[in-house]
Write a new protein. Structure first.
Length: 241
């Protein structure tokens, strides 16, 4: 009988370009982890030609993207019900969702690339205040969560750009994140995660139809001490509740 659990991984790879020196060890690490579902943040299309990919829109407000995507989802099985908009008022190019089949049955996966504190403040469009785009994104997440396909377990993953429990982010910003997700999903990667260099800002969570078996991380540091990128990978094994 096939194992009735799902292996998940979420990693912000900081624009590691396919074929580059940074991309090879990242790809090797992901291959060793053997996830059933992978969320890749700040990646390139064509990173891996196996399996099935869906990606956010190319325009995330910073000009020519040349194959860059803020967030992509990979599954061993094909995707359906694909949605790259989420909400018409979201900052663009920062959402992707779809339904895929797994050992636990169909699941709907939402990939979120919540803007960091300084999005379009000193770079990009230079017309925002700190945390403005972040809070604007969070304003619309409840509607997105409410509109998921009925009777299908939900997985939410991506770069939340906040530590949970609260780190150094403003109290009001953390309270907004808590308000948005409280009761809707459990964040399985909250707190200190074994294997991480520091408390993560990328997360994996899900609805009550799913339960976590284990959460972990893959350090951004290689054994040589070389740093691959600015985020650790987070992982989770889950099963039906």
């Amino acid at each position: 009988m096939a194992r009735q659990e799902i292996s998940l991984c979420c990693w912000n790879v900081n624009w590691a370009k396919p074929g580059s020196p940074r991309a090879a060890p990242i790809a090797s690490a992901i291959k060793r982890l053997r996830p059933d579902i992978l969320c890749m943040c700040e990646g390139y299309t064509g990173f891996d030609e196996t399996g099935h990919w869906i990606a956010s829109g190319a325009d995330y407000g910073y000009g020519d993207t040349r194959g860059r995507r803020k967030i992509m989802l990979w599954s061993r099985e094909p995707w359906r019900d694909v949605n790259a908009i989420g909400h018409s008022s979201l900052p663009p190019g920062r959402f992707i969702a779809g339904t895929t089949d797994t050992n636990c049955g169909p699941v709907h996966v939402m990939g979120l690339a919540i803007p960091w504190a300084m999005a379009h403040v000193a770079t990009g469009q230079k017309n925002r205040n700190p945390w403005q785009d972040h809070m604007r994104y969070l304003d619309h997440v409840p509607d997105i969560l409410a509109n998921r396909p009925p009777a299908v377990p939900l997985i939410v993953t991506g770069d939340f750009n906040q530590r949970v429990p609260r780190g150094r982010q403003p109290k009001a910003v953390f309270e907004k994140l808590s308000e948005v997700f409280l009761g809707a999903v459990d964040l399985w990667t909250a707190g200190e995660i074994t294997g991480a260099d520091r408390q993560p800002v990328c997360h994996i969570g899900g609805s009550s139809e799913l339960r976590p078996l284990a959460a972990g991380a893959f350090s951004r540091r290689q054994r040589s001490g070389k740093i691959l990128n600015d985020h650790d990978a987070v992982t989770a094994r889950i099963a039906r509740a």
